[in-house]
Each structure stands twice: as structure tokens, then as C-alpha cells.
Write a protein that binds this ligand. Sequence first.
Ligand code: UD1
Length: 355
Amino acid sequence: MKILHIVGARPNFMKMAPIIAALKQRDGVRQVLVHTGQHYDAKMSDVFFQDLGMPDPDVHLGVGSGSHAQQTAKIMLEIEPVLLGEKPDVVVVAGDVNSTIGVALVAAKLGLRIAHVEAGLRSRDWTMPEEINRVLTDRLSDLLFTPSRDGDENLVREGIEKGRIHFVGNVMIDSLRAALPRARQSRIHERLELSKGGYALATLHRPANVDDPAALERLLSALSEVGQEIPVVFPIHPRTRSRLPEGFNARGVKLVEPLGYLDFLALTADARLVMTDSGGIQEETTALGVPCLTLRENTERPITVEVGTNQLVGTDPARVIPAAREVLAGRGKKGRIPELWDGHAAERVAEVLVR
Ligand code: UD1
């Protein structure tokens, strides 16, 4: 059996690594790993392969950045001959990035079987490119692996046959659990002169939050306000870096380069508070029991709010700052671990794939 995995952007790596490892334990499975090259900087890609112990890609498409149309089209053009040559029994795609939909669209038209990892999530916000990618990829997929039961419900409501939906839990949390002991040895706190439990961690990269200068400025002002009370570490995504006001320098906000998986996990695990517009970080904070304020009006991961430590606070500083103060005063949300976020999701994926 030949299984071809697609990765392309930062949040794909921690989802695919445990699946590749689980399938390695199975007899009769040949795996091919394709990197589209959507993310290409060492700090956005290579470091994750090292930190997650992932094999090097067998094929690299070298797609790079561009508008949505350019990037998706390039992915499609480059993957088609690879799929025709490899003739995999199944193509595994993960998450909701342009690499996910670009490859799924080509694979579907070649009549190949597609498995979507992290299926069924819905923000119901069609202004997000990821929502378009999620809905369309699910529609094209033969096997849909969901991280939470809301995913199953969304898919059934959209008319997807129940037999194709497999509630397996959260593969990203497999990576988190496996890496936590190594992350605990990271020296990142010393390097950034932070005391454990004595800082907040912030990330921002959603187009809706960073592409509009006024929206970005409002969020930066909220971060610097929180920075008056506790140091705010802010690893900066390249999209956001390129849009920062010239000479941005807010007291209490420590701008740092994008971090590797282990260093970022170490910082998350010991943060007093996390403020983010990321999808994956909402899940990681829930898994670690760290209070998270999500700087968005909606989430495709409602389980992190219903069960976990996540709160949706939007982007208005008048809401963000008081919510942060509540957490800093020790009144952060307590949560539980969602069902099947147990570190064994990838084994369940492997079982279904092989079956
Ligand atoms: C992509 C995903 C998003 C995900 C995010 C995680 C889509 C539609 N979006 O957004 O869902 O949350 O990745 O990081 O797929 N750049 C670099 N170096 C890199 C990669 C990008 O400098 O290695 C810069 C380029 O200027 C590029 C910009 O970042 O134009 C945006 O990159 P892109 O892949 O288009 O989208 P992300 O914002 O990273």
C-alpha cells in the first residue's frame, strides 16, 4: 500500500509527523512525503522537521509565496505529475492551508482517494481563506478524520456519509505529548530572560488582524497595554513582520523571531497567559491547561471554549485588556482535556488507513 502525505505550511508539520511515525510501525506500507514549499524559511519549516523527528521530504515542490490564486495554482501544477508518477493508494492532506485544497483538488480529479486529517472544523466565517479550504477539502475527501465531535456533526449536516467520517481525536496533541519532555529541556526562557509563569505569550498572523494597518495597530496597542503589567513575548510571523509599523517598539513587548516547535511549546507550557489568533495554539493551550484569549470573533475549534481554557475575546482593546487582567489576577479559565486528545490519535488514523 502506498500512502502519499502532503505538508506545506507550518501547522501541517505537527499534524503529519505522528501519522508518519504510526504508519512506519505497519507492515506493507510505503510512505512518500511531499513538501509543497508553501513555507520555505528555515524558521517556518526546517526546524519543525528536526524538532518533530520527521523524515526529509521525498519530493519538494518549491512553490513559495504568492497571491492565493498564484500559490494554489502553482501547487496544483507541480503536484499533478508527482501524483501521476507515484500513483498512491491514498493521498493524506491535513488542516486548511492552500497546500491542502490545492492538492485535494488535483487528487480528486485524478480519481485518487483522499484522506483529510482535521476534517469537519467550521468557523462559519467565509471571509477566512481557511474556511473555504476546509469546506472544499472535506467535500472532496473519501476519509474524514475529525478531532472533535462537532466536526462529525458539521460534516453530517453538510450531507457527508457517516461511514466516511472517523472521530479519531487530535493528532496535533500526539505531537505535543511526545515532545513535551524534550521541550521541558529547552533553554528558551533563559535566552529570552523570562521567568517561568512570569510572562504572557502572543502571536498574530490572521490576514483580518494584520493586513489592515488600523486593525493591527489596535491589537498592538492592546499587547503593549498588557505589557505594562507582565512581559509579553511576541514571536513574529513573516506576514506580520512585513506589516509592522516602522520602528515598532512597545515597552513590555518583546519581539522575537519565529520559534521552533520545542522552544514555542516550552514557552506556551509555562506562560501565565496566551493571546493569539492562531487555530492550533487554541488547542495546544487547552491541552496544556494554559489560559488562552483568542483575538478573533469566531473559532472553528469550539471545543477549546466549551471544554478547554480558551475564551473568544475579539480584537477590541476594550475587551482584550480587561480579559487579560482577569487572567493575570488568577481568574483564568480552567478547562478539561477534550475527548480523545490522548496522544494516540495518529494510531487510530493509521488503523483506518490500513484497513
Ligand atoms: C498560512 C495559512 C494559514 C496558517 C499559516 C500558518 C493559507 C491560506 N494560510 O498563512 O492558514 O495559519 O500559514 O503560518 O494557506 N513568508 C515568509 N516565509 C515563509 C512563508 C511565508 O516570509 O516561509 C511570508 C511571505 O511574505 C508570504 C507571507 O509570509 O507572502 C504569507 O505566507 P502564506 O503562506 O501565503 O500565508 P500565511 O500567512 O503564512
